[in-house]
Ligand binder design. Structure first.
Ligand SMILES: *[C@@H]1O[C@H](CO)[C@@H](O)[C@H](O)[C@H]1NC(C)=O
Length: 523
């Protein structure tokens, strides 16, 4: 009875907030991050309206979850083979071009604003939210929703403490010791690498300022101006709006190391998408893994790139390498494969977290996406990284530097290169030890990352946008930060001083000349 009273008291003290959660990029792994937020928020009693490319089917959240379907956004992906491992292996696809990625992002945002379901939401004058949380990837135009609902804005960045996002709430980091997510450099940087990072940063900023912000601003005015006007309000200035976020969540954890210092409203929540404890494995898989007395090697290229696109001869080579192993190999492969060796099992869809959680899982062969990288540390499994794209190189390089991963390039020679990597990883226990060590660091936190998400979201709402967490650096103009005004004062003073000295010197020289000439005259 007492417990019941306590419980009702507790429940009534927790207010249910209305959250608008925006995950509009057509990338499955990004969708998983969105689901991480909604699970944690709804489990804590809040209501979520979820703009998503991957609506949940048969969910357990009832009317606590409203879904706005933007699955049409898959149209924004370029059709140039960027998603095709086979084409990439043959080196035919330009990857990691920041301009292309920025374009895709803005184009995708415009598709989102034009989506019928989103238009309905935007045009409904009765909808209100306490906070907007949006995925952040190469565009800040979703801040428009915070302007529309006149509420605080939180970004959830799918990667870590990158310069381009830190500058939204504080200032850019120094490229001399922070590596761009599209780069494959590792710290410490050589002279040439430092120049490369500086150039990447300049290029990003120029593209952003002169090509993207104008496009974003136009979309902002086009899609949100008339709606706000109907409600008798004016759009806030776009540049003020995008530098007005309350908080940024970074999907990374200190265990990966080499992170730059961050402002107080940047929160590392890496691992919040992982359900703990892991869901039980399907029965067949459980038996398979339990019975693998020499251990299991798990191979997955993630959810965006598909193993089935690997050219046939490479696939045959891989099966041959796997077939020679004592270990059981579980391969996430999205089609049927004939003539599998006895120890190789393919899964069209793999419950990755539960597989990694199994104590018999010895090695994870992975493309090094951020979710997979985080899960490897969470479950303490050493990895062989075969990066394809974007931040995967950065993630794999970091893991190699930390000592729990081996890098193998994605080429048609994959079978030849993978074989010694697997042998080394199985025979040298150092990799496994290192993965456990980092896992211990990763798990040693005051609260779980999911609880941290909920706390900070509630904190932002309760404190009216958490203005006390904002960095003063945001409102200091460039010339003041670098004391360019002082430099100007010094240069001008110095110049005046030189002039003064010159004129004094000239005057005394002239008087001397005059007196000299007088002397000569007298003589
Ligand atoms: C900035 O955010 C605060 C708090 O969320 C809000 O009150 C204010 O209206 C916002 N200003 C602009 C220009 O968006």
């Amino acid at each position: 009875m007492n417990l019941f009273i306590l419980f009702t008291l507790f429940m009534s003290s927790v207010e249910a907030y209305k959250v608008l959660l925006i995950y509009s990029l057509p990338a499955r792994s990004i969708g998983i991050l969105g689901e991480g937020h909604l699970r944690n928020l709804i489990d804590s009693g809040h209501e979520v309206t979820y703009i998503t490319v991957y609506p949940l089917k048969n969910h357990k959240y009832g009317n606590k979850l409203q879904q706005i379907d933007v699955s049409d956004n898959v149209k924004s992906l370029p059709d140039n083979g960027i998603m095709d491992i086979g084409a990439i292996m043959h080196n035919g696809v330009p990857m990691n071009d920041v301009g292309t990625l920025q374009e895709i992002s803005v184009h995708n945002a415009i598709l989102t604003f034009e989506n019928e379901n989103v238009r309905k939401l935007i045009n409904d004058p009765n909808v209100r939210f306490d906070v907007v949380i949006s995925d952040l990837y190469e565009t800040e135009v979703y801040a428009a929703f915070a302007a529309l609902y006149n509420c605080p804005m939180i970004w959830s960045y799918s990667m870590g403490a990158q310069s381009s996002v830190l500058q939204l709430i504080d200032q850019p980091t120094n490229p001399a010791y922070t590596v761009d997510y599209l780069s494959s450099n590792t710290l410490p940087l050589s002279f040439q690498q430092r120049v490369e990072e500086l150039w990447a940063s300049i290029k990003w900023n120029v593209m952003k300022r002169f090509f993207l912000i104008p496009k974003e601003e136009a979309a902002y005015e086009k899609y949100f101006g008339p709606v706000l006007a109907k409600r008798g309000r004016r759009l806030p200035n776009y540049k003020e709006l995008i530098y007005n976020a309350s908080l940024i969540f970074g999907n990374e954890h200190h265990a990966v190391g080499n992170l730059p210092s961050t402002p107080q409203n940047f929160k590392f929540i890496g691992g919040y998408h992982i359900e703990s404890p892991a869901k039980p494995l399907p029965k067949e898989l459980q038996t398979l893994m339990d019975n693998a007395k020499d251990g299991v090697i798990y191979f997955s290229m993630g959810s965006i790139w598909q193993s089935k696109d690997i050219p046939n001869d490479v696939t045959e080579g891989l099966l041959k390498v796997f077939g020679e192993l004592k270990q059981t190999v579980i391969w996430k492969y999205e089609a049927n494969l004939q003539n599998l060796p006895k120890n190789v099992h393919i899964l069209k869809w793999a419950p990755q977290q539960s597989i990694l959680a199994h104590p018999n899982c010895l090695v994870f062969i992975s493309h090094g996406g951020l979710l997979s990288s985080t899960e490897a540390i969470h479950f303490g499994v050493p990895t062989i990284g075969v990066p394809i794209f974007a931040d995967q190189f950065l993630n794999v390089n970091r893991a190699v530097t930390k000592g729990y991963a081996i890098y193998v390039p994605l080429t048609i020679n994959l079978p030849r290169d993978l074989k010694p990597a697997i042998e080394t990883m199985l025979s040298d226990s150092g990799y496994r030890r290192k993965a456990w060590e980092l896992s211990k660091i990763y798990h040693d936190r005051p609260v779980s990352p999911g609880a941290e998400v909920v706390h900070w979201v509630e904190h932002v709402i309760r404190t009216g946008g958490a203005p006390h967490l904002r960095s003063p650096a945001l409102h200091v103009p460039f010339y003041q930060k670098f004391y360019l005004d002082l430099a100007a004062v010094l240069i001008v003073s110095f110049y005046i001083l030189i002039l003064a000295i010159k004129s004094i010197f000239c005057k005394s020289f002239k008087t001397k000349q005059r007196s000299d000439s007088k002397k000569t005259k007298r003589n």
